[in-house]
Design a protein around this ligand. Structure first.
Ligand code: SF4
Length: 79
């Protein structure tokens, strides 16, 4: 069973609820640590898919928990 991050929540985008399309809209992965919606690739970490783990693979989680940096799993992409 995947280890889901405790900061993960699923929310509806405000624009979708305002436009009246809420019934069709899928809830999106939202990070309570970063206070923003997360991209699909990040959501794989949040949900513990593909062997990913928020404790080792998410710098947002590590910063929120006061854990030291030092796990470099992805090569130098920008932000
Ligand atoms: S982005 Fe990181 S801290 Fe936020 S929910 Fe996903 S794994 Fe957790």
């Amino acid at each position: 069973m995947p280890d889901v991050c405790p900061y993960l929540e699923y929310r509806q985008l405000e624009a979708e609820t305002e436009s009246g399309d809420a019934a069709d809209a899928q809830p999106r992965a939202y990070c309570n640590a970063a206070e923003e919606f997360v991209q699909a690739m990040r959501a794989d970490i949040c949900n513990g898919r593909y062997g990913l783990d928020h404790e080792t693979d998410c710098e947002i989680y590590r910063e929120a928990e006061g854990l030291p940096e030092g796990v470099e799993s992805e090569g130098g992409g920008g932000d």
